[in-house]
Design a protein around this ligand. Structure first.
Ligand SMILES: CC(C)(COP(=O)(O)OP(=O)(O)OC[C@H]1O[C@@H](n2cnc3c(N)ncnc32)[C@H](O)[C@@H]1OP(=O)(O)O)[C@@H](O)C(=O)NCCC(=O)NCCS
Length: 295
């Protein structure tokens, strides 16, 4: 018999991770600790089982896009096309609709899942492109004279300063379907990558740029790029390329073989920079949205 229950224990959250890793092997899965840190009273995480066997998982939560919630139904491939996704989505939708939001967003990385979302009234509003960089011999770029570069491991005090001075600008400028929001609490828990791999450019002691890596403990050979941002008045001077080259050199020095990143379709500057640095496009993800008022 098919059962659906709320994830509560660390073991449950680990099962949610198993589903994610089976469906999205190309991307790091948040650890149980990261999932718990991101948990709020608006979060719903479900596990779907059949006679104790794992079938899928689901999540519904407030989105970092203002006025929206996200739903994430996931069904393991061998259990698809039997109506499980539809049942799961109904629960997630009902929860999302209680959050007082105007829209519900879902991300789909393949055409079948996109067809499922369209069948349930979602339409495409954006695309993300995954760019991948194979790591070889990566020489460290020569130091610049106009900025000093430090890591967050060396200067942990800078993390909150970057939120105020840089991240808030980045959220406003990112080519998203609606403004993005992250609280300082989320910034401290969900956005900080590997402090030794978070490179910050300082001009007159103030952060003017940042790039870094988020480790993948399940696949230690690869890492995801953290947020890359340059303060508006410092853009167009090669600071982002310099910082990203430092992350590539760090990746090589720590034995990584792959670094990947997701960029919005509209963010042509970031995609061009990545191409210039030798990243190749691997996947695209569709952002699907449905107004709550229709339900
Ligand atoms: C999307 C997903 C959850 C669907 O799960 P599922 O249990 O197979 O979905 P259902 O059986 O309830 O499908 C309902 C309908 O959606 C459509 N659909 C589902 N998968 C489809 C596919 N691969 N191709 C075309 N249509 C599809 C069909 O109309 C289907 O009805 P039918 O089987 O009678 O033709 C599953 O494919 C998945 O886990 N994908 C990866 C995660 C993901 O992208 N989640 C976000 C989705 S919004």
């Amino acid at each position: 018999m098919l059962t659906m229950r709320k994830a509560a224990t660390d073991e449950d959250f680990d099962l949610v991770r198993q589903v994610r890793m089976a469906i999205m092997p190309y991307e790091r899965a948040p650890s149980v600790a990261e999932m718990r840190a991101a948990w709020t009273r608006d979060s719903l995480v479900l596990l779907v089982e059949e006679d104790g066997k794992l079938v899928g998982s689901g999540a519904a939560d407030r989105s970092s896009i203002s006025g929206a919630a996200t739903v994430t139904p996931r069904v393991l491939p061998e259990f698809r096309r039997q109506g499980v996704g539809t049942r799961l989505l109904a629960h997630l939708w009902a929860h999302a609709a209680t959050l007082g939001v105007a829209h519900v967003i879902a991300h789909t990385d393949d055409e079948g899942s996109r067809a499922f979302a369209e069948r349930h009234g979602f339409t495409e509003v954006d695309r993300q492109v995954e760019q991948v960089r194979a790591i070889g011999a990566e020489p460290s770029p020569p130091p610049r004279t106009d900025v000093e570069v430090v890591t967050i491991a060396q200067r942990p005090d800078l993390w909150d300063v970057i939120y105020e001075g840089l991240a808030v600008q980045a959220f406003q400028d990112m080519a998203l379907i609606a403004p993005m929001q992250a609280t300082i609490a989320e910034w401290r828990t969900s956005w900080i990558g590997d402090p030794a791999a978070m490179f910050v450019a300082l001009a007159d002691g103030e952060p003017v740029g940042m790039a870094g890596l988020i480790a993948d403990y399940d696949n230690p050979h690869r890492a995801e790029n953290a947020l890359t941002v340059v303060r508006r008045d410092w853009r167009g001077r090669g600071v982002a390329a310099h910082l990203k080259r430092l992350t590539l050199a760090h990746a090589a020095a720590t034995g990584l073989t792959e670094v990947y990143t997701w960029t919005q379709r509209g963010n042509a500057d970031m995609r061009r920079l990545n191409e210039h640095l030798g990243y190749a496009t691997r996947l695209q993800s569709f952002t699907m949205r449905r107004p709550v008022a229709e339900s």
